[in-house]
Write a protein that binds this ligand. Sequence first.
Ligand SMILES: O=c1ccn([C@H]2C[C@H](O)[C@@H](COP(=O)(O)OP(=O)(O)OP(=O)(O)O)O2)c(=O)[nH]1
Length: 128
Amino acid sequence: MDLCTTVDVTIEPGRRALVGTGIAVALPVGTVGLIHPRSGLAAKYGLSVVNTPGTVDAGYRGEIKVCLINHDPDRAVELRRGDRIAQLLVQRVELVDFVEVGSLDDTSRGAGGYGSSGGHAGLVKEGS
Ligand SMILES: O=c1ccn([C@H]2C[C@H](O)[C@@H](COP(=O)(O)OP(=O)(O)OP(=O)(O)O)O2)c(=O)[nH]1
């Protein structure tokens, strides 16, 4: 579902703005709302969502707001009330009970992350 701004707003290059959508929802327990940027506005204006994807808890009953950011280094983004600024996806989530343990099982990845699998010249391991 597309989300629209309830206000006119101009976002200068590199700046952000929290805008209301006028929408409140009661999501079923076991689901989550995810606020994603719109690809068209991202490609054309550099407009995105700061905390993408924004998380709307199932228990949240307030107005959904979107924290927009203008990544364009030169041009301001002008938005008018009613413009579609982001999109809301609803997904099922696992409801888990976390259990504290002393160690974790082994996997082929182990603790490697943040480029440890390579794939780019700038990701070579230290010392190699
Ligand atoms: O882009 C967003 C993200 C969140 N929310 C609303 C719904 C969500 O359920 C609530 C809290 O969001 P989150 O848990 O991400 O915020 P927090 O900074 O951790 O605040 P809190 O302490 O209120 O949980 O704010 C929005 O309207 N838009």
